[in-house]
Ligand binder design. Sequence first.
Ligand SMILES: C[S@@+](CC[C@H](N)C(=O)[O-])C[C@H]1O[C@@H](n2cnc3c(N)ncnc32)[C@H](O)[C@@H]1O
Length: 344
Amino acid sequence: MSRALYAVTELGIADLLADGPVSSAELAAATGAHEPSLYRVLRMLAGLGVFGEARPGWFSLTVLGDRLRSGAPASMRSWALMHGRIAGRPFEHILYAVRTGQPGFDAAYGMPLFEYLAGHPEDAAVFDAAMLERTAAFAPSVAVGYDFSEARIVVDVGGGRGILLAEILRRNPHLQGTLLELPDVAAGAGAVLAEAGVTNRCEVVAGDFFDGVPAGADCYILANVLHDWDDARAAEILAGCHRAVTRHGRVLIVERLIPDDSAQAVPVLLSDINMLVLSPGGRSGRTPSTPRCCARPGCARARSAPSPSPTASSRACRAQDDRRAAAPVHDGDATLRLPRSIDR
Ligand SMILES: C[S@@+](CC[C@H](N)C(=O)[O-])C[C@H]1O[C@@H](n2cnc3c(N)ncnc32)[C@H](O)[C@@H]1O
């Protein structure tokens, strides 16, 4: 299914349907595709609700299919491209991943994900675009839903091209920000920060979070970062933030939890399989209280807080020495709302 979605996304079918129904013959002509084959893929995806087929052979966008259109609100276009161009080969090694516990990505490409991306700029651009697209969908809910009024300096650790930090700074004019990212990704942050009009309040630091994070801020954000790593590495990243944060500061973790209701849990469980196959030992649904992930002084007490989304919840952990970690958890569509005193 994901390969079929990838094929129609690569062909730009959703963009061609933006103004209304188009026949498979016209779509094939516009994309240089083999019409009978394209028709079969579109027909199958129509059966799944991605397209409408009100008249035989004429296809239109559904709400679901509209998310494959470039520039659509909450578009998943870059995500579909990322899955087709980068994640397809690793999934051929899912049996290896299940048998060994080692990432399918490494079996497919001979090296871990982030090492591969550092040496393959074209694929890195696809990956970063997917992250940016996904993060753009939940950034406003974090920027508005979390109470930053007591913070002064926010460091976004592994913050991608800065879409979340830009949104937080834009909506909280009293804040200064620092984006910490690997050099190649950090180099792409300038445009995002400039577009949000926050360049003068944000420093971009190119670096490796395993070497430490900029010290002295009162809020450290880890958005979809810990889920990329095994327990030991995740704990290392958290420990770095914990060493760096001011005495009354917080570490804010933005990640998905697995809802109790198994039907609602499916999106997160799918994401977890991505982690199993692609990431260096990461997983979705881990929380700061997961044993070994955060089993150290300062991050030991955690509790959850509800969010309005049926597929999201939140978890906060309070530091034993008053440095605090709060963890809102999102899914792509979730509106996140956190109590002001989540960890008190
Ligand atoms: C899953 S992405 C999440 C990006 C961003 N926080 C977001 O939510 O959109 C993980 C990010 O961690 C960054 N990263 C990976 N290893 C890193 C390291 N050793 N030091 C700094 N950043 C790193 C990657 O470049 C990537 O942008």
